[in-house]
Design a binder for this molecule. Structure first.
Ligand SMILES: [Zn+2]
Length: 81
């Protein structure tokens, strides 16, 4: 199964805001209700590392080293779970 498409790599603050505004997630993000896909830490603007879309859902990754490594291996096409 191909899973490594639709990845949005590390993004700039302005792009992030624009991206989130285009989704329904901006309000959640501002209310700090978004969590890291891997460690479930709350995602803030200062600790966001990447975003990817999996099965139509937007997933956020924090800048924790181990989460980043998982994102990289996902990037390589490995199963995210
Ligand atoms: Zn994390």
């Amino acid at each position: 199964m191909v899973k490594n498409k639709d990845i949005i790599d590390v993004i700039h603050e302005k792009d992030l805001e624009e991206f989130l505004t285009n989704t329904s997630l901006y309000e959640d993000f501002k209310k700090e209700k978004i969590n890291c896909r891997y460690c479930e830490k709350t995602i803030y603007q200062h600790n966001i590392c990447g975003i990817f879309i999996n099965m139509g859902e937007i997933k956020f990754i924090c800048n924790d080293e181990s989460c980043y490594e998982k994102l990289i291996s996902y990037h390589g096409g490995e199963n995210i779970d």
